[in-house]
Design a protein. Structure first.
Length: 163
């Protein structure tokens, strides 16, 4: 099963495609969708959703696993990220691809076994689980791969295939 992990953001949205077979994870591709601050917010949100939709089509993904907003210090940036999340969900819905949202705590727990793990610990576990030589870069891409891994470790995959 191919899972597209998403770490949503307005300036940089991380994405990572992971092939999940049983308890084995194989990285397919990863990167970031970038938008320019000088571009109107509506155009940026549209571009992110469109690019994520294109990635889903290109890699023929079966599901999307996305980090949700759990706690925000900056309300205005949280609202913007929520709009990005909504636009991606809409885009995936149009393509018939199911989306599952996970909190940062759930993702950290799934990848490291510790819900309050530090960012560098999550990134190192992503590197180990995907058998990569180096930690995926940039950070947003590593976080998106963690979201994809979370999808498998939270039993969502088993429920989808009837286990």
């Amino acid at each position: 099963m191919l899972v597209l992990g998403i770490d949503p953001g307005i300036a940089k949205t991380g994405w990572g495609v992971v092939d999940i077979v049983g308890q084995r994870y194989r990285p397919v591709s990863f990167g970031v969708v970038k938008t320019e601050a000088k571009t109107p917010i509506e155009s940026r949100i549209h571009a992110i959703a469109n690019d994520v939709g294109s990635l889903a089509t290109q890699f023929k993904v079966d599901a999307v696993s996305m980090e949700d907003i759990f706690f925000a210090k900056n309300v205005s940036s949280a609202i913007t990220v929520a709009k990005v999340i909504g636009a991606i969900i809409q885009q995936m819905s149009l393509q018939g691809i199911p989306v599952t949202l996970f909190t940062p705590l759930q993702i950290k727990m799934a990848v490291t076994g510790y819900g309050t793990a530090e960012k560098h610990q999550v990134q190192e576990m992503v590197r180990l689980l995907l058998k990569l030589e180096t930690v995926p870069s940039p950070d947003h891409a590593a976080d998106s791969l963690a979201a994809a891994i979370c999808y498998a470790t939270n039993g969502v995959l088993g429920k989808r295939i009837g286990l």
